[in-house]
Write a protein that binds this ligand. Structure first.
Ligand code: NAD
Length: 256
């Protein structure tokens, strides 16, 4: 079944983990993927995994392409949307913000820099991409589906992650408000709240902590990036055509 065969999907953070799995899944559904990452080589590698060579120089429609951008920079986020539109002659109808970082420290010891960096990438970056994509879609009269990767931590907090939890809670409010403002333009905005997913981001978690978390998960195991990608594919497609402003948890039942 190819649910996204006419879609152009922009995925940020596409060079690793969830963003890479989302890129693979959306391409598998027939979408053309614009894979963006801060690490341009990693984005290129994702495009290679999708089966077609691509570059930002502009392959014809139907090919995938890689883009390098730091989504926390306003000018870079704007340029990214311009480059994608120039490359494919249309704005992306599916936009998935997966770019994210952690800088863990307990509240009493967290530096201003660790706070600022996490908010800049996870919250401001998601705002900048959502705004630029919304502007591109509205001005061209296109419908679209914007999917922002938040986290269950944005709802319940997590020790050592005041910055990260605040950024992910912010993504939920941003996404709900964007859904309210853009619904009349035929643009849906939804947040996905993964629980604990095995990716390079969570590889740094000490084994003892991992085991403790596993014991708390009703399904008894961590999620795979593909578990999140499945939900993103649903939210990207018309199968979810009347869902907007939702926060969809993909947690194996953790913190229900
Ligand atoms: P990851 O570290 O494997 O991938 C994140 C990607 O984002 C990397 O390729 C990185 O280069 C890119 N990136 C970082 N800063 C960027 C920037 N400024 N501009 C563009 N790209 C940038 O992490 P992941 O686990 O795949 O996480 C993906 C998203 O899912 C993140 O937003 C993360 O917060 C969220 N999430 C992850 C989990 C989990 O358990 N892994 C749980 C909940 C939410």
């Amino acid at each position: 079944q190819h649910r996204l065969c006419s879609a152009l999907a922009l995925v940020t953070g596409a060079g690793s983990g969830i963003g890479r799995a989302v890129s693979v899944r959306l391409a598998g559904e027939g979408a053309t993927v614009a894979a963006c990452d801060l690490d341009g080589a990693a984005a290129q590698e994702t495009v290679r995994l999708l089966g077609q060579p691509g570059s930002k120089e502009g392959p014809p429609r139907g090919n995938h392409a890689a883009f390098q951008a730091d989504v926390s920079e306003a000018s870079a986020a704007r340029r990214l949307l311009e480059q994608v539109q120039a490359c494919f002659s249309r704005p992306p109808s599916v936009v998935v913000s997966c770019a994210g970082i952690t800088r863990d420290e307990f509240l009493l010891h967290m530096s201003e820099d660790d706070w600022d960096k996490v908010i800049a990438v996870n919250l401001k970056g998601t705002f900048l991409v959502t705004q630029a994509a919304g502007q591109a879609l509205v001005s061209s009269g296109c419908r679209g589906s914007i999917i922002n990767i938040s986290s269950i931590v944005g709802k319940v907090g997590n020790m050592g992650q005041t910055n990260y939890a605040a950024s992910k809670a912010g993504v939920i409010g941003l996404t709900q408000t964007a859904a309210q403002e853009l619904g009349r333009h035929g643009i849906r905005c939804n947040a996905v709240l993964p629980g604990f997913i095995a990716t390079p981001m969570t590889q740094k978690v000490p084994q003892k902590v991992m085991d403790k978390i596993t014991g708390m998960i009703p399904m008894g195991h961590w999620g795979d990036p593909e578990d999140v990608a499945d939900v993103v594919a649903f939210l990207a497609s018309e199968d979810s055509g009347y869902i907007t402003g939702a926060s969809v948890e993909v947690t194996g039942g953790l913190f229900m």
